[in-house]
Design a protein around this ligand. Structure first.
Ligand code: SF4
Length: 205
């Protein structure tokens, strides 16, 4: 096991986290370009994507998020962790009840509708909302995904404008292979943002 807070500032991971930052910038640019083609702007909505339970499978994003989290004040970290603990508790309770309806609870990093670690948010938070396509190696065909509820309301009548997630997923997968090698981790993590905020140890071989 290794402390995730120590790893967040480990020199061995610095280049990798720099590459992740660049990849995030590319995603943000491409998202903004495609959103502008539709004239779509996310200004918050009832069907807030921060209420969705997303799992993230990347050590690099986990460590990068914790790097940002470590820079918040001690009081803010304590408040956020309390919310994260409640989130994980509610999720586990739901699992034990065998309830398979969609789990809806606000992400512990969201305060008054805004993400307090916006520049550190994971890939899925960055790409969510726009209709997209994905062509992964080994899969027989390109998969198309819809936009979010808000997109459907505002722009659902417009023809599809290509938003290809493939390159982003491929680059992320390469980054992750590098992260797992440095960490000596054999498996993918599976964590919601709440888990990332309260799990302080990364398993290593
Ligand atoms: S990390 Fe930020 S953008 Fe992503 S779900 Fe949480 S609050 Fe929303």
């Amino acid at each position: 096991m290794a402390s995730v807070d120590r790893l967040a500032f480990d020199q061995a991971l610095k280049p990798l986290l720099g590459d992740l930052e660049q990849l995030y910038e590319e995603m943000d640019r491409e998202y903004a370009r495609v959103a502008a083609r539709y004239g779509f702007q996310c200004t918050g909505c009832i069907d807030n994507c921060c209420l969705s339970r997303f799992y993230h499978y990347t050590y690099s994003e986990y460590i990068y998020l914790r790097r940002g989290f470590a820079q918040l004040s001690q009081q803010k970290r304590a408040e956020v962790r309390k919310r994260a603990e409640k989130y994980v508790e509610a999720l586990e309770q739901r699992g034990s009840q065998g309830d398979d309806s969609p789990f809806r609870m606000m992400c512990p990093l969201n305060e008054s509708g805004l993400c307090i670690l916006y520049s550190r948010r994971p890939m899925i938070c960055r790409l969510h909302g726009l209709p997209h396509e994905l062509a992964l190696p080994g899969r027989p065909k390109t998969v198309f995904g819809p936009g979010c509820h808000e997109f459907a309301e505002k722009c659902g009548h417009l023809p599809y404008y290509p938003f290809d997630r493939t390159r982003f997923y491929m680059c992320m997968s390469e980054l992750e292979a590098g992260a797992r090698k440095i960490l000596g981790a054999s498996q993918k993590p599976k964590k919601t943002v709440a888990h990332m905020l309260i799990c302080d140890e990364v398993e290593r071989l």
